[in-house]
Design a protein around this ligand. Structure first.
Ligand code: NDP
Ligand code: HSE
Length: 441
């Protein structure tokens, strides 16, 4: 008999039995004893909910009560903690979250969309109700980055946080890089492996990474979460030719989320949050992150650079993060969801998206005819952008499309946006230019 057998179990209601939900059921079964030993009591699922009761999920549900309406889990008297693994920023997931917290139940969620949109009001509600709100699995799957920032790095002022926050996009980019694989086929693989969101455009267009970045920013900088302020672009415009060009220059392409705080001339703090495809030097730790792996770099003023890396998606890793939150709740160690009490989180002005300086890669698809290059370089001159190198690629046939790629010298990002504006509407360009900044070492 173990010492925790006399302590009441933590009774769980589980909403959503898909990739992550089924993973949680498997983990709690496989690791039941060690989880109980670490939590000081057993973790027991009491009731579950999903849409289709008849669906075979590869897990045995016979020991659990079934709720057709998942929001009913919030009202059950035999549940201490609700786990929301359904998804969607609003709708039933949010109704369940609000209902659970209002009823004084702890809430664990992997739903970054919901936390990015409603995390602040949910945190206020949880703190007022004296209950826990936890979302380790919402950021970077199995990587304990929320805990890492809230606890491990809690003594530091975080100066900058950045990294690879979407497994699906990274899976696609690294496959294109390694095998020249087709974008669509690779996305289908990521979907089959359970990595992609219900709407995979969230993965490809940077929205999912932006959800996660806004959550990290709030914790790292003590600000109210501000997803709408994330300057966001995805990877759909990245071509095999860009990957080849980056390779020749000594870089790989990664979708990077980055947040830092700056001061304006009058001394007020402004927060810059960006998700953009970037050129990462091959020697940088993030260049070696392939497949659905995520990696987050947090720069603390005393700790220096901290690198967190691991599986960013998938059933096992994400279940590991969900159950870690449940163990904290079972131990009675909840704390403020965003590290400091929600009422003390201050809203911070967003910085202008072109506030940074640095080098950039610009790629134009142009009609191959005389004067096109002169038009592009004139726009660079007029916007005060200095060009370090320039490559023109391929010539399918007279008047056909060619790629012109260039790398700029260090300079304000605003000037590059201005050059792109000067060229917008030009008959020489067959598509808007692709602009990617070069990440420093
Ligand atoms: P799935 O699509 O695999 O599973 C979703 C589950 O929710 C299904 O069981 C589905 O029921 C159920 N569901 C959907 N709508 C309703 C509803 N209206 N009422 C009741 N149940 C409903 O999603 P994932 O497991 O992949 O993702 C779940 C959450 O975890 C999302 O928020 C996602 O962003 C997040 N996440 C996912 C990761 C991953 O790697 N997959 C990683 C990190 C976070 P049914 O099975 O009957 O259709
Ligand atoms: N769709 C997400 C990804 C799941 O690909 O990273 C993990 O949050």
């Amino acid at each position: 008999m173990t010492h925790h057998s006399s302590v009441a179990p933590l009774r769980i209601g589980l909403a959503g039995i898909g990739t992550v939900g089924a993973g949680v059921i498997r983990l709690l079964k496989a690791n039941a004893d060690l989880v109980a030993a670490r939590a000081g009591r057993r973790l027991e699922i009491v009731a579950v909910s999903a849409r289709d009761r008849s669906r075979d999920r590869g897990v045995d549900l016979s020991g659990y009560a079934w709720e057709d309406d998942m929001t009913a889990l919030a009202a059950r008297g035999d549940i201490d903690a609700v786990v929301e693994l359904v998804g969607g920023s609003d709708g039933p997931a949010l109704a369940l979250a609000r209902g659970a917290i209002a009823g004084g139940k702890a809430l664990v969620t992997a739903n970054k969309a919901m936390v990015a949109h409603h995390g602040h009001s949910l945190a206020v509600a949880a703190e007022n109700a004296g209950t826990a709100l936890k979302f380790e699995a919402a950021v970077a799957g199995g990587i304990p980055i929320v805990k890492g920032l809230r606890e491990g790095a809690a003594a530091n002022a975080i100066e900058r946080i950045y990294g690879i926050l979407n497994g699906t996009a990274n899976y696609i980019l690294s496959a294109m890089e390694q095998t020249g694989a087709d974008f669509g086929a690779t996305l289908q693989e990521a979907q089959a492996l359970g990595y992609a969101e219900a709407d995979p455009t969230f993965d490809i267009e940077g929205v999912d990474a932006a959800h996660k970045l806004s959550i990290l920013s709030a914790i790292a900088f003590g600000t109210q979460i501000d997803f709408a302020a994330v300057d966001c672009a995805g990877i759909s415009a990245v071509r095999a030719a860009d990957i080849a060009q980056a390779d020749a220059l000594g870089y790989v392409i990664r979708l990077i989320g980055m947040a830092d705080v700056d001061r304006t001339a009058d001394g007020s703090a402004v927060l810059l949050q960006q998700v953009k495809p970037c050129l990462v030097p091959k020697g940088h730790p993030l260049a070696h992150v392939t497949g659905a792996t995520n990696a987050v770099v947090a720069e603390g003023n005393f700790s220096g650079r901290l690198l967190f890396q691991g599986a960013g998606a998938g059933d096992g890793p994400t279940a590991s993060a969900v159950v870690a939150d449940l163990i904290d709740i079972a131990r009675g160690e909840a704390g403020s969801p965003f590290s400091i009490p929600a009422e003390q989180l201050i809203p911070m002005q967003p910085a202008q998206s072109d506030h940074r300086t640095g080098q950039a890669y610009l790629r134009f698809t142009v009609t191959d005819r005389p004067g096109v290059l002169a038009e592009i370089t004139a726009a660079m001159r007029d916007a005060d952008v200095s060009i370090e190198s320039l490559i023109q690629q391929g010539r399918a046939h007279d008047g056909g499309e060619v790629l012109v790629a260039m790398v700029t010298h260090d300079g304000p990002e605003g000037n590059i946006s201005k050059a792109a504006e000067l060229l917008s509407g030009s008959a020489s360009l067959t598509a808007p230019p692709l602009i990617m900044r070069l990440l420093g070492e």
